[in-house]
Every structure is written in C-alpha cells, then in structure tokens.
Design a protein around this ligand. Structure first.
Ligand code: ZN
Length: 449
C-alpha cells in the first residue's frame, strides 16, 4: 500500500492543561494532571468541578470495564477575560494567558474557586481500556473512538475532526483551520494529525517519548517585538488607575497592536519596564495582547523610569491605595472620568442594554453638559440632541425608544448597572431575588445583606 492509502484523522490541538481520567464500571474514579510525561498530581476533586466531564458514563454499553481517557482542560476566551477583569478590579495581577489560567486552576486547593472559573474539558484519546475476552473491540479507528466519547456525553472534537485519505488534504485542512482560529471560543495552538487505523498505530509504535503515528502542526507564534514609547494612565469606572503602554505599532497574528494594558503598578515593576525598552509582545487569539517582558540587555542607557502619578490624571484628586491592593484609585465620586465610565457601564449589553447609545456619544453629551449622571439619561433633552450635527430624526427617535425600553429591564440588570464595587452579575441576581423593589434595600440591615 502506498502513502495515498493511509487514512488520517485531523483535529485541533487544544492549548490548555493536560489531564487523564479513569472510569471503572461507568464511574469516574480518578483524575490527574499530566505535566511532563510522568504521573501528575491527583486532582480528582477539582476535575469533578468541570461540568463538561461526566461523573458517570455508560461505557458498559460498549463492553468497556476500565478505561483511561486523555484530554485537555481549557478556559474559554470570554471567561478568561471576565476572570482577569475581576482580578484587576480586586487589585490583583491578571493571569498571562488562558493556558496558564487553566493549568493553574487545576492545582488550586479550593474546589469552590475551581468551580467559579468555569473550566471546560475536551477529551481526544482513549489510551487504554479493558473488555471481557469474548467481546469484539468497541472501535477500530481513532475517529470512531471520538464519536463514542461524544455519544457518552464527553466533549470530544467530534465536530472539528476530519478524516482524509492522503496527506495533501490534511495540509489544506490545517491551513484552512489556522485562518479560523480567532473565531473559536477557545484557544488552540495547532492541529494534530493521527493515523486513523488503530491496528496500524500499534504496528508503528512509540519512540521513547512520542507515538510514531501522530504529529503536530503548530500554528505561527503570535509574538512580536516592539518599543515602549510611553505610558498613559486611564481612570476606570471604580476610580482604578490603569497604566496603558503605548508601543510602536507591531503586527501580531493579523492585528496591529499599539496599545497594551499594564493593569497596575506592580506589573510594571515585575516586568522591569522602562520607557524606550524593547519589549516582547504576545497576543493569544483575540485575547488582549500583553507584554511578556522587557529586553533589558538591549538598553542603551537613555531609557526612562515610568513615573506612576500621585494625583488623578483627570480630576487631580490625590490617589489612594488600600492595604494589600495593587491598584491606585481616585476616590472622588464626582471625577468626570468615573461618571462617564459609570454611564457607559449602565448602558452596556449586560446591564440595561440601551442600544445605539455608543460610548463616544456618552462622552460627547457629558462634555456638552447634556448628560451629567445616570438619572440624567431619563431626562435627556432630545430636542437639543436633534439639533446637533450628525443626529437625524431617526437616530434621535431610536435613542429615545431604547432609553424608554430600558425602563422595563428586570431589577437585577438595574442593580448590576449601578456598578457598585463587588456587585457583579451573579450578586446582582441574588440581591434582586430578595426584594420586590430597589427601595426595599433601604430597610435592610448589614446582616440581611
Ligand atoms: Zn479623578
């Protein structure tokens, strides 16, 4: 048989933390991480927090008694961004990328915290199984094993995998997949190509480290070097001061990066950043780009230290930092930057969802004195707005209708929209379910809350 006859199964190479799961008599009995080829930490309790891993599965239906499954634990891009946002708001340093976040989470000794991070798992390999001697093999190709896992309730790459005869189509599929990687909800760093027939896999065997029947196609690294030109300081909704690095624009994975959040003062110190430094920048998928490190060995001597401001860059109030926090805050509640950010948050999709009221218009109306605070949204002078350049009757009508419609939003959205520190969407829902009306909270004691 020539090369053309060989059947390959191609699937995404997930970029997370590797795990191995053992099921006996349909029950998951053990979960472990696989670090460097040796037996990993036992983390069964943590793995049980992952909703996409069934605690029991009907392997017995296929005559399988004991089975070991390999897979990868991931945190999707959305959850990763949300989680980092929370860390930053709590004054902690954000995690570098979804891969580190997923692998790190599995090692945490607090299952409740693991559960909160919404990990997901893909399983892609049945590495070992036992059946009664008389029983026929439940599958003869790798592709069939993925179908079987999917049918038993696992998240296997059943939908993403493809089987091809001959190598040219394999290459085409890999190239095609690379173009769509940004559209996936999770991070992948390449493709894996496996010989589909399991008997042939066995014949090919292993080297001391790797199977001879599988090969990885790695996507292009999404890193670049650039120069740190300056650092700007932005004021957030809760008054947090975020340093933002302005770098010489650099293309990374099809996007030009020129601005990168540095999150807080400690990040600047940890990464030893100076203005004028050559910096290594990474962008993982559509996750926010970040600075990996500065290349101190390339310094010429004219680099400058980054000076963190003592006063708010917008309202000039003195900045404060709470003990144990990394974030400096402007605590002036009237600070124009915060007022505008609060209104933008109130309008946002997850809060009151006032459509067609873009951030730029909030800023513009605020600057013109047409909108001073959140209640002001409901007393906007639409006649005056209609007389502004670029506002036709239609856009004013739409805006008015969207604001009117927001009055019927459920209470939890309103509570979330107020942007109270530490009150996220979940807390807002809990609070809303405790009362009939927002004003009921006035009678609440601290304990009731
Ligand atoms: Zn301020």
């Amino acid at each position: 048989t020539g090369l053309k006859e060989i059947e390959y199964c191609v699937e995404p190479k997930f970029d997370g933390g590797s795990i191995s799961l053992i099921y006996e008599d349909d029950l998951m009995v053990r979960g472990a991480t696989r670090g460097n080829g040796v037996e990993g930490d036992e983390i069964t309790t943590n793995i049980k927090q992952i909703r996409s891993i069934p605690l029991s599965a009907k392997f017995s239906k296929h005559g399988i008694q004991t089975v070991e499954i390999r897979g990868e634990v991931l945190i999707n891009k959305n959850n990763f961004a949300k989680y980092n946002q929370q860390l930053v708001e709590q004054g902690q340093a954000p995690l570098a990328n979804p891969r580190n976040a997923a692998a790190g989470t599995l090692r945490i000794k607090d299952p409740a915290e693991v559960s909160k991070r919404n990990l997901e798992a893909f399983v892609y390999h049945i590495s070992y199984y036992t059946t009664p001697a008389t029983k026929e093999a439940p599958f003869t190709t790798h592709s069939q094993s993925l179908d079987l896992l999917w049918e038993l309730g696992f998240r296997s790459p059943k939908q993403e995998k493809k089987v091809f005869k001959g190598i040219q189509q394999v290459i085409d599929y890999c190239l095609e997949f690379e173009h769509t990687r940004d559209n996936l909800p999770y991070e992948i760093d390449g493709m894996v190509i496996k010989v589909n027939n399991l008997e042939l896999q066995d014949k090919m065997g292993m080297t001391s480290h790797h199977p001879r029947w599988a090969i990885a196609y790695k996507f292009k690294a999404r890193q670049g070097t650039s120069k740190l030109l300056s650092v700007e300081f932005q004021v957030g909704r809760t008054g947090s001061i975020t340093p933002v690095a302005k770098i010489q624009p650099v293309p990374i994975g099809g996007v030009t990066v020129s601005s990168i959040s540095l999150f807080n003062e400690e990040v600047i110190r940890e990464k030893d950043l100076m203005i004028g430094d050559t910096v290594l920048v990474e962008r993982a998928g559509d996750v926010i780009p970040y600075i990996v490190k500065s290349q101190a060995e390339l310094r010429k001597g004219d680099e400058k230290h980054i000076k963190f401001p003592k006063n708010c860059p917008v309202c000039d109030s003195k900045l404060f930092k709470e003990e144990g926090e990394a974030v400096w805050r402007c605590i002036n509640i009237e600070c124009p930057a915060q007022v505008v950010e609060r209104i933008i948050h109130f309008n946002s999709k997850d809060a009151m969802d006032i459509r067609g009221f873009g951030d730029a218009n909030v800023r513009k109306f605020y600057e013109m004195g047409l909108l001073k605070d959140i209640p002001g949204l409901y007393t906007l002078d639409f006649e005056k707005i209609g007389s502004l350049e670029g506002f036709g009757k239609k856009s004013v009508d739409n805006l008015q209708a969207a604001i009117e419609k927001s009055k019927t939003q459920p209470l939890h959205r309103l509570i979330f929209g107020l942007g109270i520190r530490f009150v996220g969407e979940t807390t807002a829902k809990t609070l809303a379910s405790a009362v009939d009306h927002l004003m009921d909270f006035k009678q609440f004691t601290q304990e009731q809350l």
